[in-house]
Design a protein around this ligand. Structure first.
Ligand SMILES: [Zn+2]
Length: 417
């Protein structure tokens, strides 16, 4: 009798123990570990102003914003040869990144002076023009007046529409087409949808690797959280395409590592021609502790679910952005990850490949709920924000991103046993 009771207790204990282990096991991946950020962010939905989409016509000059990625909010004539285009953000306050894009033409060949009148922002992007939307050239002579928040330049117009854009126009459809074209490339194992944006657009996912995904160490790559940051996206493209070259380096690398690519996190903002926010008026790169926005919520969940299912370890996050100069935002040395010293050697190796071009190296503490911070809080992973300058020569952007791919494949295996 006594033995039976003991056995009963013992069995009960074992069941309880196994249950607890399983519970803890699940929990360890599903709890988004919290952290008291010094700067809290309100990432609840805010209303945005939708621009009126139409052809604006005055005195034989026509301006068109009826396309994805367009932004222009008003058109008026100043004198016989001068016209003004109003550029407004989707909501205020907003950071100083006035995006604009429109098509302009004239009933008769004519030279006009165009004034970009910014509201709630100052001139940042050198205007690019194109006849075919593919090949762009920067306008060289611009008068900038920060007091009046204006930029002024001259255009020769005729009946063929001229594209004018803050940077080369790369919309969500362009990104979807690029992703679809990756389908036949080596190492592209899966093209999928990680979720949908607030307006229902796909959030694409690409798994780059070899064979089965199980137990691979993973590098997560993010792009286009901030709509106007085209140069960061150009770097992401070049980085990706250089991973997809089949040779000894990539063969050895993909034996052990997977790249999980999310090329566009804010497709609504991109197509609405936003300066910063998603369709709910929120900066997605401040929501990685709250997960209130559909894009951040679904992509973080997708990564967690997938890592759990295939027993993956996320070891590095790379988030591509743009600002006034090339910069690596890394963690300072007080952060302990499995990749001690990697960030220094990695960024130094990239820099050597594009010497004497210089990229700033800026270690930062945990300040705000960036995606970069989430990689550390959630996975104890290393993370780098790869910032590309707005005006960095495009060939340097491509060469540097190629170096970022090659050096990643060469260095990372030495850090992960
Ligand atoms: Zn950014």
């Amino acid at each position: 009798m006594r033995i039976k009771i003991k056995l009963k207790y013992f069995t009960g204990f074992i069941i309880f123990f196994i249950f607890t282990l399983q519970f803890l096991g699940c929990k360890s991946y599903y709890v988004r570990k919290t952290f008291d950020y010094p700067v809290p962010n309100d990432t609840s939905d805010k209303s945005i102003e939708i621009q009126e989409k139409k052809i604006f016509s005055i005195d034989g000059i026509h301006v068109d914003n009826r396309f994805e990625g367009a932004r222009m909010n008003g058109f008026r004539q100043i004198d016989d040869t001068t016209f003004q285009i109003d550029i407004k953000p989707e909501r205020v306050p907003v950071n100083d990144s006035p995006w604009y894009a429109f098509k302009i033409w004239s009933d008769t060949p004519r030279t006009v002076d165009l004034i970009l009148q910014y509201y709630d922002g100052h001139h940042r992007y050198i205007p690019k023009i194109s006849r075919d939307r593919r090949n762009w050239s920067a306008i060289e002579n611009i008068e900038i007046n920060d007091d009046t928040m204006q930029a002024r330049f001259r255009l020769n117009l005729d009946t063929a529409p001229l594209w004018v854009s803050a940077q080369e126009l790369i919309t969500t459809k362009d990104i979807y087409d690029w992703v679809n074209n990756l389908r036949t490339r080596p190492y592209v194992q899966e093209i999928n949808v990680a979720g949908r944006s607030a307006l229902g657009k796909d959030l694409p996912f690409v798994r780059i690797g070899k064979g089965e995904p199980d137990k691979k160490k993973v590098i997560v790559v993010f792009g286009r959280m901030h709509p106007p940051e085209i140069t960061g996206f150009m770097a992401l493209q070049s980085f990706t395409e250089n991973l997809l070259i089949k040779d000894t380096l990539s063969e050895l690398f993909f034996d052990r590592f997977d790249i999980w690519l999310f090329p566009v996190l804010n497709p609504d903002g991109v197509d609405l021609g936003h300066w910063r926010y998603n369709a709910n008026g929120v900066d997605l790169n401040r929501d990685w502790a709250y997960f209130r926005q559909p894009e951040v919520n679904q992509i973080s969940r997708f990564i967690l679910d997938r890592a759990k299912k295939h027993r993956n370890k996320i070891i590095l996050g790379l988030d591509f952005h743009s600002m006034d100069r090339d910069t690596y935002y890394v963690f300072d040395d007080s952060f302990r990850t499995d990749l001690k010293d990697f960030k220094r050697l990695y960024t130094a190796a990239i820099d050597r490949c594009v010497y004497p071009f210089r990229t700033d190296y800026e270690p930062t503490p945990l300040s705000e709920p960036y995606a970069k911070t989430w990689f550390y809080i959630q996975f104890k992973a290393e993370s780098i924000i790869y910032e590309v300058g707005d005006n960095t020569p495009r060939d340097i952007i491509r060469n540097k991103a190629k170096a970022a791919a090659v050096e990643l494949m060469g260095l990372l295996p030495q850090f992960i046993k």
